[in-house]
Design a protein. Sequence first.
Length: 114
Amino acid sequence: MCQCERAGLRRIWESRLAQMTISSHNIVMKQVGIAALKSRLSEYLRAVRRGETISVLDRQTPVAQIVPVRRREILRIRRPAPGTPSPNRVPLPRPAKLKIDIVDLLLEERQGHR
């Protein structure tokens, strides 16, 4: 089998995976892998706008769900207040003055998990 045939079969398999559904008592959910979601994000967002729920898989393991917003008034997006500094201009807090070596503490914690 040549490389182009393998690529064609892979595309067919990925599209079938994207169309696979899971049924429950009251929902039907599409499943999609991360790579397919990234390549066709607009298509999946249109499906979510129509009311569908999308389950996102990472190597066949569900990791997230994209669900439609049920009540739009709950989701409010606000602009920052005038004069608010951008995130990279917000001053950082002063470093804590500790009598403990943080690196030693982290190494000790990691050694305990082995």
